[in-house]
Each structure stands twice: as structure tokens, then as C-alpha cells.
Design a protein around this ligand. Structure first.
Ligand code: FES
Ligand SMILES: [Fe+2]
Length: 388
């Protein structure tokens, strides 16, 4: 992050924390509950994920040539593999003979992928290497029959994949390029996934996003976890193209008033939250970060994976102290986020009751308003009057 930007963000948070006032927009806004329960709209949202670059893993999960993981990326079964040349590649995990799943394991290391049905064999670059009794396939052009490749990019240490094979290349806009450059500076090159946890939640994916874009709830919903670490309802946000950078000031921000600006360090006094469209959030803490991946499954269900990513240890591994800190921090972050996800499930259970026709977003919940407005625009839906 540019030093000037860091100082600007810290000054803004310090001022709000000192005055005890939230970051406000002009007016409160009403978002229709119908947006969370309309099946046709959900399909449009899912199609948006399908044609986008989704962050699906951290590069350190496939460190060496032959290392692979398999994932469902918005409905596309996918193999992510480190190829011999060191690049990360993604393939549809479907055999080109009769469609069996080529790699059944969640993760592993292999020289080649061997289909468990009739043993067609593929190289880690996707090319078809061997076909048993190939004389039976009179018209098969082995050299031109590969696993179907998906667009895959490794940027800021993260693996981004588009699950739609028709999308042949990544064309990031200027804002995305700038966010990636900012993240490269913040995340560092040598990090590794320390712990991860994934499960399904019975909530519309947008309820999960809503819960991550305001800090009005910290003092109440997180009273048993993080509330005491942050100043009350003073987070700020800025849209960077489709993405958002939100700054969550910690109580220690108030000490900056007595310190020279040259000492100010954003990671010591805030948590930085990046919401990366369409599916990921990065919660950057002082020495490590959490990567939170959300996949919409159905209108009332999503899958969420929480990963703790920390600087790589030396050859002896993490010290006992570092290990305990990271394990405790991962457990604490998971507990905090699950407080949010449980509330999202509660909201989901009430969506059909008709108790609310609209949700009411306060002047200090402006990030949600703007995020919903932009989503409407992206879907080509008429932007609701209230969101204009
Ligand atoms: S389906 Fe894979 S080898 Fe036949
Ligand atoms: Fe929360």
C-alpha cells in the first residue's frame, strides 16, 4: 500500500475513533428482501460467479510440481495442479473418454493423472499421455485431446480460476490490477496455509457478505469475542472497482494521536478487510491473514472456507510459541466468523415470513448499500429506486 494512502486511512480512522462517530453516507437505504429469495435472481448471481475469476486456493497449497488439489468451483469439478514448469494450472476434472472423474482425491502429488475408469492418463499440463488399447479408438487424435483447461492465474499468492471453460483469458480491469499490486505488497511472497476449515451454511451468500461489510454489530454480536479490540462502529471503506477495502480500527489507534506520523503502521492498529469480487474476503491482521471463500450453492445455502495464512516457517518449522499463537488465532477467528454465519442462518430462516419487505441499511452501513447497488448493475437488473 502506498505510504500516502496508509497515512490517509489511519488519519481518517483516528479522527472517527477520537470523535466516537461512524463513517456516514447521506441517507439510509432500503433493500428488498425479495433480492434474497428470488430464484431467478439467484441463478443470475450464480452465472456471475461462473463467468468470473474466483479465488479458489492459496498458491502454497500446491507448492511443488505434481502437487494438486481438487475443488468444486461454482459447479465445475476442477483439478488445480503445479505443472513441471512451476506454473499453476486448472483443468475440468472430467475424463475426455466417457466423463469419469479423473482425480478423486482432495489433494496429493502425482506424476500423471490416471482415470480410475479405463486408465486414460494425462500429464500435469493436461495433455493426454496414454490410452490403453488405443487401436480401439480409430479416429482419436491423442495430441489434440487434453483435459479441458480453465483460465488460472496466480497473483498475490492466490489462485484465481474461472470455472467457465469458454473464458479463455484473464482481463483484469485497472482497479483489479491495482488491488492485486496492493495485496502483493501486504501479503508477502513467502506464506503458507497454517489451518483451514470448510463447511456448508444454510444462508443466502449475500447475507454472509452483508455481515462482513459493517462494524455496527461488533459491540453486540461479537461481545464475547472481538468487540473489545475495536473502536465502536468506526470502520471505513472505499470501493476499488468491484472490490472493497475496509479499515477496521483497533482501540490502539487512539495512541497514534501522540505519535509522529513516521511511526504510523496500519497493520499494528487496524485490521484490513478486502472484499474481492465475487467470492473472497481477506482479513489482514498484524502478522498473518485469513482468506475467506464463499461459494453460493443454492438460494439458501453456501459453502464457506476459512484459511489462516502465515509467513512460512524456517527449515525447523514453526516454534512452539508461533504454532500456539497461530492455532489460537485461527480458532478465535473461526469462532468470531461463525457468530456472523449463525446470525445469517437466523436471518435466512425469517426471510419467508413476510416480517420485512425491505432491510434497512443505516447511514453507517453505506458499504452494503453501495455493494448491493453495484451487484444490481452487474446483473443488469433495474437498480431499485432506493439504491439509486
Ligand atoms: S472415462 Fe476415463 S478412461 Fe474411460
Ligand atoms: Fe461480524
Amino acid at each position: 500500500m502506498e505510504r500516502q494512502k496508509e497515512i490517509e486511512l489511519l488519519s481518517q480512522c483516528l479522527e472517527l475513533a477520537r470523535d466516537g462517530r461512524p463513517f456516514m453516507t447521506e441517507d439510509e437505504v432500503f433493500v428488498p428482501v425479495a433480492h434474497y429469495v428470488d430464484e431467478a435472481r439467484f441463478e443470475q448471481e450464480r452465472a456471475l460467479f461462473f463467468r468470473s475469476m474466483n479465488i479458489v486456493a492459496h498458491g502454497s497449497q500446491i507448492p511443488s510440481p505434481g502437487d494438486f488439489i481438487t475443488r468444486d468451483v461454482v459447479g465445475t469439478p476442477t483439478i488445480l495442479v503445479r505443472d513441471k514448469d512451476g506454473s499453476a494450472k486448472a483443468f475440468v476434472n472430467v475424463c475426455r473418454h466417457r466423463g469419469a472423474t479423473v482425480e478423486l482425491r482432495d489433494q496429493g502429488r502425482c506424476k500423471r493423472f490416471v482415470c480410475p475408469y479405463h486408465a486414460w492418463t494425462y500429464e500435469t499440463d493436461g495433455s493426454l499421455a496414454a490410452v490403453r488399447q488405443k487401436e480401439g479408438f480409430s479416429s482419436l487424435d491423442i495430441d489434440n485431446t487434453s483435459l479441458v483447461e480453465l483460465t488460472c492465474v496466480e497473483a498475490a499468492g492466490l489462485l484465481w480460476v474461472c470455472p467457465d471453460p469458454r473464458v479463455r483469458e484473464w482481463n483484469p480491469d485497472d482497479a483489479t490490477r491495482a488491488v492485486v499490486a496492493e495485496l502483493e505488497g501486504l501479503l508477502g511472497a513467502d506464506s503458507t496455509v497454517f489451518a483451514s476449515h470448510a463447511r456448508l451454511w444454510a444462508a443466502n451468500w449475500k447475507l454472509i457478505v452483508d455481515g462482513g461489510l459493517e462494524s455496527y454489530h461488533f459491540k453486540i454480536a461479537h461481545r464475547n469475542t472481538i468487540a473489545g479490540f475495536f473502536t465502536d462502529n468506526t470502520s471505513t471503506y472505499e470501493f476499488l472497482g468491484d472490490h472493497i477495502r475496509s479499515v477496521l480500527p483497533r482501540t490502539s489507534i487512539l495512541t497514534l494521536a501522540d505519535r509522529p506520523v513516521s511511526d504510523w503502521d496500519i497493520r499494528s492498529h487496524t485490521h484490513l478487510l478486502y472484499a474481492l469480487a465475487p467470492n473472497a474476503s481477506l482479513l489482514i491482521q498484524e502478522r498473518h491473514f485469513e482468506l475467506i471463500l464463499t461459494t453460493p450453492i443454492s438460494i439458501d445455502q453456501c459453502r464457506i472456507e476459512i484459511m489462516s495464512v502465515a509467513p512460512k516457517p524456517g527449515p525447523e518449522g514453526y516454534s512452539g510459541k508461533a504454532k500456539s499463537f497461530l492455532a489460537a488465532n485461527h480458532a478465535f477467528t473461526k469462532k468470531t466468523l461463525e457468530e456472523d454465519f449463525e446470525i445469517a442462518e437466523q436471518i435466512q430462516r425469517g426471510l419467508h415470513t413476510g416480517a420485512n419487505e425491505h432491510f434497512r441499511f443505516a447511514r453507517f452501513e453505506g458499504a452494503l448499500t453501495e455493494w448491493h447497488r453495484r451487484l444490481d448493475e452487474k446483473l443488469g437488473c433495474p437498480v431499485d429506486e432506493a439504491l439509486r
